[in-house]
Each structure stands twice: as C-alpha cells, then as structure tokens.
Design a protein around this ligand. Sequence first.
Ligand SMILES: NC(=O)c1ccc[n+]([C@@H]2O[C@H](COP(=O)([O-])OP(=O)(O)OC[C@H]3O[C@@H](n4cnc5c(N)ncnc54)[C@H](OP(=O)(O)O)[C@@H]3O)[C@@H](O)[C@H]2O)c1
Length: 414
Amino acid sequence: MSSAIVLGATGITGREMVKELAAHPSQWKTIHALSRSKKEDFGSPSVQQHHIDLLNSAQDMAKDLSSIPDLKAVEHVFFCAWLQMPTEKENADVNGAMLQNFLDALEITGATSKLKRIVLVTGCKQYGVHLGQAKNPMLESDPWLRDESRWPPNFYYRQQDILTAFCGEGSKHPEISWTVTYPNDVIGYAAGNFMNLSTDVGIYAAVNKELGRDLEFPGSEIFYTKFDSFTSSKLHAQFCVWAVQEPKTANQAYNVSNGDVQSWQDLWPRVAKHFGMKVKADQFASPGPKDLANLVQLTEKAPQPITMIAKEIGLEGAVPPSELKQRISLVKWSKTEEVKQAWNRLAEREGLQKDSLEKATWAFTDFILGRNYDVVISMSKAREAGWTGYIDTWKSLSDTFGELEAAAILPKTH
Ligand SMILES: NC(=O)c1ccc[n+]([C@@H]2O[C@H](COP(=O)([O-])OP(=O)(O)OC[C@H]3O[C@@H](n4cnc5c(N)ncnc54)[C@H](OP(=O)(O)O)[C@@H]3O)[C@@H](O)[C@H]2O)c1
C-alpha cells in the first residue's frame, strides 16, 4: 500500500490523477491532493485535501506540508501544477521556482525518506509546437531547443533540469527516480478550470445551435485535414500510475497520447452530430468574416523547430512557414454582442453556469485549431516499455462533453 502526493489536484491532469489513484484503494492507501483552492469534492475516504501555495518559499511550503500526517511515508509524487504567466521567460522563472521550492520543501520536512518516484507532467511545448512546425512524429530523443538566442526560454526544460538535478542517476537523490510525461491537447474536465479545449468547442457549438446556424470550423482550413495528437486526462492518469510501478520507466520521459490517429475532418462532423447540428457544407468556400478573422505568422517570431534538423533530414528550405490562422477567432467571436446574448439566453433557459463564456480560454483553443502544421507524437517508446493503454479520441471528447453537461457548463444534448 502506497501513499502519494498530487500537486495541481484541481487541474485537468491532476484531478484525474487523484481520481485514478483513489479508484484503487487496495493499492493506494492515502492520496494527498494539494492545491491552493481545494475546490474539488473527491468524495473518497482515501483522498485528503491540503492547501499549498507553490508561489511561497520552500520554508513556508514546508510548514504547509507538515500538516500532512504520514508525510514521511509518501512514496510517490505527481507534479501536475502549473501557472500560466504572460511571457515564456516568466513561465520558466515562475514554474521553475514552484518546482524547485517544492522539492526543497520535501527535503526540509524529511518527506524524501521513503520517496521512490517523482512524476512531472509537462507537454509538447517540449518539441516547440507552440513556435511552429516540428519534425513529425515527435520522439522523446528529438533535440531540445536550448539555444535561447534562437528560441524563447522553455519552462519544461527549466523544470526537467531542476528535477534531474534533484533525483535520478548522478543527482542529489539517486535513490529517487523520476518520470516526465509529454501529453498534448488534453481532453478532460476540471471544475471551474477553463483551459479546456472540450469546454470551448462545446460552448462554440451550443451557441451556434442557439443562433440557428450550421457548425463552421473556426480554425485553419489547412489544420482541418492535418493530424493532431490528443491526450485523455483519464488515460494520462492511468499512464502515470502504470509508470511509477514499472522500473523501466525510471529516469525517462514519455509522450502520452490516446494512441489513435485523429484529425478535425473526422472529429468536427461528430461534434456537430453530438449537438444535433450539421457541419456547414461549404465552410471553407469563402474567407471567414473580416472582423472576426486573424492571422499570425509564427515564423516571424522564432525559427520553426524543424529548422534544428532540417538539413540532416533533407528538408532544408522545404518547409512552409508556420502560421496561426483563425477564420473565426474565438477570442473575437466570444466578445460579440450576438454571441453574448445567445449564450445568456441559453444559460438562463438551461440553468447553465453563466460565466463559462467569459472564463473559457478562447486564445488557447484559437491556437489549437489555428495551426497549419501536423502535431503527431510517437507512442513507440512507451509501448516498448510495456504500455498498452489506448482510448479513442472521439470517445474521450464525447464523454467529456457528458461531464460538462452534468456540471451545467454545457446544455444537455440527450
Ligand atoms: N491543459 C492542456 O491542454 C495541456 C496540454 C498539454 C500539456 N499541459 C501541461 O500539463 C501540465 C499540467 O497542466 P493542467 O492543464 O493539468 O493544469 P490546469 O488544469 O491549468 O491546472 C493547474 C493546477 O495547478 C494548480 N496551481 C496553479 N498555481 C498554483 C500555486 N501557486 N500553488 C498551488 N497550486 C497551483 C491549480 O490549482 P489551484 O488553482 O487550486 O491553485 C491547478 O490545480 C502543465 O505543464 C501544462 O502545460 C496541459
């Protein structure tokens, strides 16, 4: 029987982490779910919620941690917390400090004594997918974009450097091992947390239905037929639990995706059907409405990640510039009077959380749907280590719509 600490327990990946551990009480004796808000009701006797503010100093966090009764018996830590900052430099500074101070707090309190594994959740910014096209499929062995004269600081690199200096081979605590995960475009639910592709797509569909319109893809027509990789937060949690019990995954990083092949050309009609709508048949016949369209040339901001190895793989000068194109920018769309009124009407009638429209992270989904390049991560390394988990992406998305409906964020479809 093990005890675990989950940081970021109220977030999309952390909440499922807690639930997955709590679903196996014969294996996991106590799960300490840590966050600032403690807003979840996990409803499980094995879950204890505690307050922590990762922005505090290591000494202050140590004080928070000392209220955990069996702290020195904890064997596994799952670090799923992060805080979005306005710039990549601040992301690296703040999220790096959050992890470093937390690890120092573990040491101050003696919580490292029985610790076996620390899992850090990061993502595919590892490969620079936020900067433009990377090589496909992305492999965990692909070179890091370390050169800060070419690319902005990457907070995942900062966090992994901190983690590997703390534990793993040749570190301060070689007896503690680490595992890092790289999920992408996470599909899941977290109460009151709206960095959530499923919430945004669902609200966009529901409002269009309310307005009596067919469902029009708001992103790039190029991305509509490109391939993306999605990660169910439930499957990700299962992966993490498997990984801490599998010695082969010690001191290794892994891509974690659903394991199917997906593209919006397949998902979008299913989204339409789910909401009782039709896809607009000629949705790409004309440019989007001028006042709602948006185009950003990513290549003007930083070199595309693929340039790192383009010569070596014979693609020098052959990769089209990376751009973000929204035919209908969801950031702009969500601020129009027509949309606000339609949402308010719908929310009133169906008893939905009114602030969902305002709280949704439209810029995040604008980015996800607006790229003009594939994002495909390989699951070969995980499979070779023995991982067999899989979930169909549409199933995970439609199940999440169901959870959002039950939480009165989306209108009931059935
Ligand atoms: N969401 C995605 O689609 C996605 C995709 C790929 C990768 N990722 C990566 O996955 C990792 C986890 O992200 P997520 O999306 O699961 O997170 P999330 O849903 O945005 O939740 C963030 C969590 O961090 C906690 N947190 C933030 N600041 C804190 C602080 N100062 N002290 C204590 N807790 C704090 C929050 O709790 P409170 O608010 O209660 O404090 C919350 O539980 C990140 O590295 C993210 O970049 C996410």
